[in-house]
Design a binder for this molecule. Sequence first.
Ligand code: MGD
Ligand code: MGD
Ligand code: SF4
Ligand code: MO
Length: 685
Amino acid sequence: MNAIENKATEIVRGVCSLDCPDQCGLLLHKEAGRIVKVEGDPAHPMTQGAICNKVRHMAERLYDPARLRYPMKRTGKKGDGAFERISWEEAIETIVSKWKTLIATEGAESILPYSFYGNMGRIGTEGMDRRFFHRMGASRLEQTICEAAGTEGYRYTMGGSYGTSPEDTVHAKLIVMWGINAVSTNLHQIVLAEKARKNGARIVAIDVHRNRTAKWADWFIPIRPGTDAALALGLMHILFEEGMTDETFLQTYTVGHEKLRQHVKSYDPEFVSSVTGVPVEDIYELARLYGRTTPSFIRIGNGIQHHDNGGMCVRTIACLPALTGQWMHRGGGAIKGNGSYLEFNKAALQRPQLRKQPARSVNMNLLGNALLKLDPPIRSLYVYNSNPAVVAPNAGKVRQGLMREDLFTVVHDLFLTETARYADLVLPATSSFENHDIYRSYWHHYVQIQQPAIEPYGESKSNPDVFRLLAQGMGFEEEALRDSDEDMIRQALNNPANPNLEGITYERLLEEQYARANVQPLFPGKLPTPSGKIELYSRAMELKGLPPLPTYMPLPADEAEDLPFQFIPAPNHNFLNSTFSHNAKHVRLEGGEPKLYMHTEDAASLGIRSGERVRVWNSRGSCELTATVGDDVVRGTVVSQGLWADAEGSSRLVNALTPDRLADMGGGAVFFSGRVKVEKLESVS
Ligand SMILES: Nc1nc2c(c(=O)[nH]1)N[C@H]1C(S)=C(S)[C@@H](COP(=O)(O)OP(=O)(O)OC[C@H]3O[C@@H](n4cnc5c(=O)[nH]c(N)nc54)[C@H](O)[C@@H]3O)O[C@H]1N2
Ligand SMILES: Nc1nc2c(c(=O)[nH]1)N[C@H]1C(S)=C(S)[C@@H](COP(=O)(O)OP(=O)(O)OC[C@H]3O[C@@H](n4cnc5c(=O)[nH]c(N)nc54)[C@H](O)[C@@H]3O)O[C@H]1N2
Ligand code: SF4
Ligand SMILES: [Mo]
């Protein structure tokens, strides 16, 4: 049963909808129809009642006075944020008549949907919305902003997002947190690693920044940005040279190990040290630790793949566990993501066959270009589950595009986000606790359900509800556009192509709230790579013109100017991307303002001290941050954390500086490959 009665309050089970690997089970405490407290569900087998601080304060976000209650239309200039209330009827009618005219005059491709996973519910992100835009024939969006490069890189090696089962990682004796700030971004991996540590495991963190995770680890290895593939190849060099490889595993389950053995000879520790900045002794020590410890587990983060060479970097690190046969040992191996184990029935959910003719596709990392340069132009943008004016690379260009008077923009969100301020129409969205949806983690193996726990806030509506209304308004008559949430949940769960989901039904989720997919160990077994084995040598990469063997490729110079610092604008602890950046509580928890972490010597050379305001800039834009000086970042690199809401009078928009180039694979984003200058801001007296 889902509702647990209690005298004063009612407690309802739920699931965290945020874009976070943990996907915690929740207990929602209700009083008089409102959620008053959010707790972890102690019964959830993976998350066991522990949740992060962000979501413990979720009730404050749900009832934040700034939350949108009704549809609005713009009354001022784009970007100003002046709106007036309208009815849903007027909102839908306005959108429909605008879109009908556009379709008749310029074609449906003049309309671009833009969305990401602000709420991970599958039917709200890949259900009625997809059906609607397919039926309409709108331009397609390539959803590449998050993990696209790393996912493709990992796929070349392992055939898909298949890794170690996280519950098994308690058995690991060595855990490497590689480019992941898991204390902030994958809390329960830390819980499991702590258990492993109690049983004698050693924990290593490899990062450009001594972040919370590096401080918690037993050994922090600072590394120059974008050079991790070189370190991994250096480790392979030593593993082969010192006979620490598992030859039986290599012969049985991999292709290309002989070629790799020859290839890594050129990555000797001296060369690798000169590239990475990691001392030669440390490279040997890490290689021997890795080569002699079983089981060893690598948690591959998203940080290393937000670079120009990010796909190859992940592809390379993903080869390491094969060298020492870690996949044969419980808890050994790696996780980049585990999403492929839990694939729903995508075709049944999204209905691509509703699209009658092919349409152009737009990479979301190039939104600024798409709005400013695409020919024939985008005339209308429909944004949901995302806040591109803050989160997209080269965000200044995105905002310039959003300023276009002739661009008809609709934003559906819970808050008047920076993006919404540029909209012609703003639609209020329900929170995930008001919706009916299913969730699958990209880390653990559980599928979960959310049933509506509270009434919709004000006049807000869920994504599927809005698309059903729009479909009706457009006169689209297909039955698929009238399916209920429950219909779509059933269709998504029924996936004969994925036997792991067998037995996970809608009824069972209603009854049990979460269900573990039937995931079996990867080995002994066959991978979905072309060869069925781990591809140390990848013919598929060769055919694409990529180096078929793991290879270190230096980052390209960013722009022509002399920009002394590599700029790493990473996520922070108390926000989730830009979510919570509008909520006073979370801003306070995060210290009130964004910082720029600098190395002592770099700061000294510019006369900058901790607490002073600095300007960070390059040819794309500029922002103002507060310096924090110390030895937590490698020299030549500056780090900021968090995607902050716009501030009055000064810019905190770190993405004003980030490049909108595409990574080597998957059309991924390169948030961390930009370079900047830094100067002290003279205080205005
Ligand atoms: N609290 C919190 N949790 C979150 C999020 C959030 O914003 N806040 N965002 C969610 C989302 S959408 C995602 S994708 C994940 C991301 O979470 P993670 O997988 O942890 O990835 P990032 O935080 O982007 O980057 C991790 C680390 O990579 C480091 N890094 C950058 N470049 C390099 C490099 O070249 N080499 C190495 N070794 N390290 C490098 C950064 O310093 C950073 O500490 O977290 C999710 N969870
Ligand atoms: N500099 C820099 N930039 C980055 C990153 C970085 O590390 N550094 N990380 C990148 C990564 S990994 C990611 S994943 C992206 C994430 O970028 P986004 O996907 O844009 O994530 P959020 O900023 O959380 O914005 C999600 C929005 O969806 C809204 N929302 C939530 N639920 C619903 C709903 O049910 N319906 C509707 N209509 N709206 C809803 C929220 O209120 C919020 O405004 O950011 C990227 N940008
Ligand atoms: S954001 Fe992540 S850690 Fe926090 S409650 Fe949600 S799933 Fe759990
Ligand atoms: Mo992400």
